[in-house]
Design a protein. Sequence first.
Length: 241
Amino acid sequence: MSGLALVTGANRGIGFAVARGLCEHGLTVLLGARDGSEGEKAARTLADTGGDARPIEIDIADDASVAGAAAAIDAEFGALDVLVNNAGVKYEFHPAPPSQASLDVVRETYRVNVFGTMSVTLAMLPLLKRAAAGRIVNVSSGLSSMGLASVSGSKHAQKAMLSYNTSKAAINSVTIQFANELRDTPIKVNSADPGYTKTDMTHFDGNRSPEQAAQVIIRLATLGPDGPSGCFFDNDGALPW
């Protein structure tokens, strides 16, 4: 397939693996990164393997940076086919009772994970509407699933993290809100759970590689016209909200 994709947080980890996979699908991929030099380095790595990858500086928690990136894409390309909202933060490493959480950490997590994702989506939506069939993939987490976390004794119930888990649950709600609004358009909006992955965010303690984690995101980013919208998936299928 052809087209243009923007992947935020794409200079390393899951985002880089997603960018590589989308390049292999034939898309031109904009590698979003807060640090322009890191984005350039990642783009060169993909270009060396034949991918059409280009860096774009974007800090999702900075509205001016997001607006600047959208303006740059508009000026050069005029439209956007795929948006992967991958960039995010996780300041809690070990699960802890919600009563022990820092409200400052919750606020900062929401500033990036929730409001940053909303900012990027709102800025890029006009460009996605100009594409033949836009795709939005919000990278969530299985820990956000209220259906799974509400099962007493489950691994999800035992991994309480007030800021990260609830921020990703909010992202799932964002997915539904946009999917409902865009239901009668060619644009599809879905959430993806990449699983517990060996990245900087997990201190490389995960049980999945970034390439394995990227599979579900790439699949949702390249859905055909009959694909789902307003759903939550991992590599094995649909997940409960």
